[in-house]
Design a binder for this molecule. Sequence first.
Ligand code: ADP
Ligand code: ZN
Ligand code: ZN
Length: 738
Amino acid sequence: MPAMANPPTILRVAIPSPLYRCFDYLPPRDGSNPNLQPGMRLRLPFGRSQTVGILLEVVDHSSIDRQRLRPAEAVLDQTPLLPPDLLHFLRWAADYYHHPLGEVIATALPTRLRQGEAAIPGQRSRWHLSDIGAEQDTTALARRAVRQAALLQRLRANDNCLADDELDDSVDRKTLNQLCTKGWARIEQIPDLKHNHNPSDTPPSLNPAQAAAVDTVCAQLDKFTPFLLDGVTGSGKTEVYLQIIAQVLASGRQALVLVPEITLTPQLLMRFEQRFSAPLAVLHSGLSEHERQNAWLYAAAGDAAIVIGTRSAVFTPLAKPGVIIVDEEHDASFKQQSGFRYSARDLALVRAQQLNIPIVLGSATPSFESLLNVKQGRFQRLHLPDRAGSAQAPRVELLDLRRQVMQEQLSEPLLQRMRRHLDAGGQVLLFLNRRGFAPTLICHECGWTAECRRCDAHMTLHQQQRHLRCHHCGSQRPLPQQCPSCGSADLRAIGSGTERIEQTLQQHFPDIGICRIDRDSTRRKGSLEQILSDIHDGRSRILIGTQMLAKGHHFPDVTLVGVLDGDQGLFGIDFRAGERMAQLIVQVGGRAGRAERPGEVVIQTHHPDHPLLQRLCREGYHAFAEDALAERETAALPPYQYLAVLRAEASQREAPLAFLEQAQALAAGIGHAGVELFGPLPAPMERRAGKFRAQLLLQAPRRATLHKLLDIWTPRLSELPTARKVRMSLDVDPIDLL
Ligand code: ADP
Ligand code: ZN
Ligand code: ZN
């Protein structure tokens, strides 16, 4: 970038806005900061207010008349907040997902930085014992100054230093300051990051498969190589990540670790903290804005050696990138499902390629995309076929529900099996992917059912809160005492969710601690941690929960896993329903028998002969995936084909379809050889949160053909006559078609 030339100099900037274009400004009037570089933030006049934009480039002409250009108000950074590699990556992402660059950048930036706050991270204090301090006779000192003597001893016992988060009632800052004044201690400012100076954990020696995986990756640390770490549940994938990261850190580089939202429990963080003495930055939705900004800035500065975060952490700047890890790469939470709809897993691959570093995608149930990438030679597969340590793979069995006596989704044989495991001292985990008490409330007199007023959906009964809630739009209302249609008081709850199962279990096992893990029971901050610690301490011995249970937890005493509704997902409308269900069953089943005691998995089903279930249970996930992939190929579906969905919604029923018809005509006008268009059709749930929804599906056997059309088509959609009547969104590589 040449230093700013003489006028006419034009600043081309990205601004968070739904428009597919950049904005031109003049440099600030006061001529400050002649050293303008892409990636710096500018405060800009925008309409009648102000905004913060990112400088993309300095150019010498604009298509807009110079007289009409406004000057920027201020340059907010001395050096680019977005380093060149990150800006390049964000531009790639905006192009690929056909999303306005300004909004993409806004997604990448922590809120405060986006709003223009100074890019200075918060710091913490740490006190070190000085040489003179080390020589003091604390016994003598204790007669005159008890607190100072105690503090000196404390410092000596604590590796001669003390951080501010280690201060407690026995130490106060006043005493610390006294030590500093005397020259017995000195204060140092350090990054505000998780930093364990005395990691307690020593790495186990790896089994041969793990060692081969670590060695293979570490032999190729200097270039882009994508790996699929394909290891059964409990095979020690995390241990493989940890040892790869150790080698990356030893070479002075950083590691970026992406994990699904719910996995970011204390358990996983603790494993990192107890292993590494390197500073750790954590990025997830539960952080305060201050914490998020700190983590981001320290990653950018290279102070954070390890960055662990959920999907948006893929946009973290890294001063010395060394490796990217994506744990549970099949997990749907890596896909952002609103606004800028990106896949963090897919973007992580692109980022690793641009940075020329290795990337490891890990899973016991790899996505079909990744399996195909292995098959076609694009990914190197690292295989961990067995459980680590002494644990054995669990035994899986289908339990035929036909003609069984049932108590709320619990069959008699399952209850008996539970009793046996509990008597033997094991824990039991039950999986039902439906929260609430019951999915339907019905009037037994006239057949009325409780429907959401804003969606084409039933409302779920929540007994504890005594209300009906729609799981699609969140609206709720009190539980009616009488049928609103006929006045009868005979209202009945049909079907069961986790809340109801919990209640039934309490009747069957009155003396046993039962806990429920779903979005309702874990809403309060700290409640998931509490539940997990009850499980680990054995206070809870029956665990009932939704898919939150499937994710990465290590419950050593669980010996029986029951899948209450194995048929959920067998007949889903989405083509990925089978893949998802298989992943869930295997992941939940993988919680069984992870330590010394062997585990069992029981899947309740009304379709014990279903070929998909059979193959999964008898031969495992990969055999199932092989069949299912062959079906996808025959049916011309992803990962063999490439999809994009244009969605539209509006308050009037006709508007979305009318808009999508015009969009289709536009594509026809452009010419879309090699891309098939399906629809427009109403969405499977047409009305949601008061809006009518429709979609147009685009499908192509080649990615390039699809994107060639999208490049021309997408920016012109907003010019269609009906565009103003709808809200539209484009979803490239959608993971569901709902
Ligand atoms: P995964 O991530 O594949 O589910 P984990 O890394 O959580 O598996 O490992 C499962 C359990 O096995 C953990 O308790 C872990 O400490 C233990 N483990 C992993 N590798 C080894 C090893 N090489 N030797 C002994 N135990 C191991
Ligand atoms: Zn009625
Ligand atoms: Zn609703």
